[in-house]
Each structure stands twice: as structure tokens, then as C-alpha cells.
Design a protein around this ligand. Structure first.
Ligand SMILES: C[C@@](CO)(OP(=O)(O)O)[C@H](O)COP(=O)(O)OP(=O)(O)OC[C@H]1O[C@@H](n2ccc(N)nc2=O)[C@H](O)[C@@H]1O
Ligand SMILES: Nc1ncnc2c1ncn2[C@@H]1O[C@H](COP(=O)(O)OP(=O)(O)O)[C@@H](O)[C@H]1O
Length: 308
């Protein structure tokens, strides 16, 4: 008798920016305690998983040549982690993963984490596991601090390493322009640079997130713009001084404010509305301060199975 092969499953997954990122001191385990406000954006990746006798991984799209296509790929690691979690490690050897990237690689927008979250949901569906998102999030946290957020999306307050999440209700849509840099930045190097800067001086700290959470609730982008803040920005700018120019150029182009996304080097610019974002994007693209410009809005939902 022929075995029934389940149909492939495609999941669309958002990128993130950090509206607020407060970094505590270095912990003994090599991580930093964070208080962060994650915000999921409409710039997405898509991950398809196939049940196959020819396992492997294919990557296309934005920055594809920079993404590992061996066992080190975060999506492939997620497939293995889920198979182990449900006690069927051999299942991971019968999956082909196809990734279409829209999220810049090593850009501070958690693209690899997004692919891992997408792969978890896709395989849970492919294997008919029907696991609750909270259970997938437990597996996600073992793969990286940012992976659980990509499952839930929306806007959320993250603590711990960033993996402990509380949703932040936000009924308003905000409009963003994203400036991708020529090359990525390594997350551990940016955290290391912040530790170095703190040893030799006192870079500014963003403090608690309460005022920003109130601004989010108000839905007023002008209020929110005044409160965007990221402790890693000084470190990213120290490693990539050209980001200062990019941040200035976005505001000169008409954005309300700009902030480095996570560990950078992508810069996110908040705009008054969608039309303003298109204008800012066009002007920024002509300013010669970045490789690529995109518009996006947020918040958007987390990883979702796409209907064919
Ligand atoms: C900076 C942030 C902000 O959201 O995002 P990105 O800029 O990478 O997207 C995150 O903290 C990145 O999270 P993620 O990329 O999942 O990091 P992980 O794989 O867990 O850790 C990679 C390395 O970053 C450092 N790290 C990460 C998280 C944390 N709370 N403290 C840290 O010091 C550690 O050096 C760790 O070894
Ligand atoms: N599926 C993936 N997509 C992107 N990068 C990946 C993936 N799997 C592993 N990586 C590695 O993870 C590193 C961090 O990538 P990414 O998650 O895009 O950036 P960031 O941590 O800045 O948000 C990259 O340099 C890349 O080598």
C-alpha cells in the first residue's frame, strides 16, 4: 500500500523592531537581562516544509547567500528541536525546508528567529501535532531569545533574555520606513561593544518603558516618536559610525524619529501615516545612506499558516 504524503505547509512570519530596549548588566550565563517592547512588522519571510525522502534546505530572496544551508540554519535547528520534543527525532530527517527571505540577514530584525518560529509552526502542522502556541514557544525559547516573539507577533513586553512575553494591547497601526545597511552586524559583538562602552564610560540608558507603553495606547505616532529608545544603539553606532548619518537622513526626509532596530544595523523610522512613509522612503532611497529602503506597518500577527 502507498503511504499518504501530507501536503506541504507554508507559514508567513513577521520581522520585529524593538520600540524600547533596556539592557541590564552582563549575567554569568553570558546573556543580559532585558526589558524590551517588541513590535511585529509587515516585512515578512515565508517558510515551506515538505515531507520528503530528500531532506535539505533552500533559501532565496533578501540576503539569501548569507544564510547557512547546513544544520546551522535556525529553521533546520527548529525542525530538529520539535522532532526531539515530541520524541520522534527521525522525523527531522524527512523534511525539506524552503525559505523565501524578505527580512534582512543579521539586520537586527530577527530574521533567523522568525524562520525558526515559522519552521516550528509549519512542522507542527505538517506532522498533525496541533500543538498550542505556548508549547511551541517553550521549544522556541531553547533556540534563541527572540524566537518566541515571532510566534505571537503583535506588540509585547519582553523580559528575561527577551523570551518572557506579555502582550501589549495596541489597536493602532503605525507606519515605518526601514533602512537596510550594506552589511549585517553580529548580535554578540554588539552586546560586547555595549559592555566595553559601559566599562569605560556611561552611555545613556533608556530607563523603564511605562511612558512608551502609554504612548502606544494613545495611538499618537508623535507621542511614540519622542519615546523610542534602544540601549544597543550607542554600541551599534560605535561599530558602524555611518549609522549616525542614516539616522539623521531619515529625520531630514520627514520621519518623526529614527531608532536602530535591536542590535542593528537596520534603522527604523516612524512616520505620521502611510503616505508620509512612502515620501520618506523615496527621499531616503535617494540620499545614498543605505543599501535598500522598505516601508512596513505594525503591529501584525505572529507566524501564520498560509492558505493556498
Ligand atoms: C538584540 C536583540 C533584541 O531583540 O535582537 P536582534 O538585534 O539580534 O534581532 C535580541 O536580544 C537578540 O536575540 P537573539 O538574536 O535571539 O539572541 P540569542 O541567539 O539568544 O543570543 C545570541 C547572543 O546575543 C547575546 N545576548 C542575547 C540576548 C540577551 N538577552 N543578552 C545577550 O547578551 C549573547 O551574547 C548571546 O550569545
Ligand atoms: N534562517 C536564517 N535566516 C537568517 N540568518 C540565519 C538563519 N539561520 C541562521 N542564521 C544566522 O544567524 C545570524 C543572525 O541572523 P538574523 O537572525 O537575520 O539577524 P539578527 O540576529 O541581527 O536579527 C546570521 O548571520 C546567519 O548566519
Amino acid at each position: 500500500m502507498l503511504a499518504v504524503v501530507p501536503p506541504p505547509v507554508t507559514v508567513r512570519v513577521p520581522s520585529k523592531i524593538n520600540l524600547h530596549l533596556s539592557v541590564g548588566d552582563l549575567r554569568e550565563d553570558g546573556y543580559h537581562d532585558l526589558t524590551t517592547v517588541f513590535h511585529a512588522l509587515s516585512l515578512t519571510d515565508e517558510v515551506t516544509v515538505y515531507a520528503t525522502q530528500e531532506p535539505g534546505i533552500e533559501v532565496s530572496g533578501e540576503g539569501a547567500r548569507l544564510v547557512p544551508t547546513d544544520g546551522g540554519n535556525l529553521a533546520m535547528r527548529a525542525v530538529r528541536a520539535l522532532a526531539d520534543h515530541v520524541g520522534k527525532p527521525d522525523e527531522a530527517e524527512r523534511v525539506r525546508v524552503v525559505i523565501r527571505k524578505g527580512i534582512p540577514v543579521a539586520g537586527g530584525m530577527a530574521g533567523g528567529s522568525a524562520d525558526a518560529a515559522a519552521a516550528l509552526l509549519a512542522c507542527s502542522t505538517l506532522w498533525g501535532l496541533d500543538l498550542h502556541r505556548d508549547e511551541l514557544a517553550e521549544v522556541a525559547a531553547t533556540l534563541g531569545s527572540d524566537v518566541p516573539f515571532a510566534l505571537y507577533g503583535g506588540t509585547a513586553l519582553g523580559t528575561g533574555r527577551g523570551e518572557r512575553l506579555v502582550p501589549v494591547l495596541s489597536r493602532h497601526t503605525f507606519h515605518w520606513v526601514l533602512a537596510f545597511d550594506q552589511r549585517g552586524l553580529s548580535t554578540p559583538k554588539v552586546y560586547g561593544e555595549l559592555d566595553r562602552l559601559r566599562e569605560s564610560g556611561d552611555p545613556p540608558r533608556v530607563g523603564p518603558p511605562e511612558a512608551l507603553l502609554e504612548a502606544l495606547a494613545s495611538g499618537d505616532p508623535r507621542r511614540l516618536a519622542l519615546l523610542l529608545g534602544n540601549d544597543l544603539q550607542a554600541a551599534a553606532v560605535s561599530l558602524r559610525p555611518g549609522l549616525r548619518r542614516t539616522l539623521r537622513a531619515g529625520v531630514s526626509a520627514g520621519a518623526l524619529a529614527g531608532v536602530v532596530s535591536g542590535s542593528g544595523p537596520t534603522c527604523a523610522f516612524l512616520c505620521t501615516d502611510g503616505d508620509a512613509a512612502l515620501k520618506v522612503a523615496a527621499e531616503l532611497a535617494g540620499a545614498g545612506v543605505c543599501r535598500t529602503v522598505r516601508v512596513a506597518h505594525g503591529p501584525v500577527p505572529g507566524a501564520r499558516v498560509c492558505d493556498e
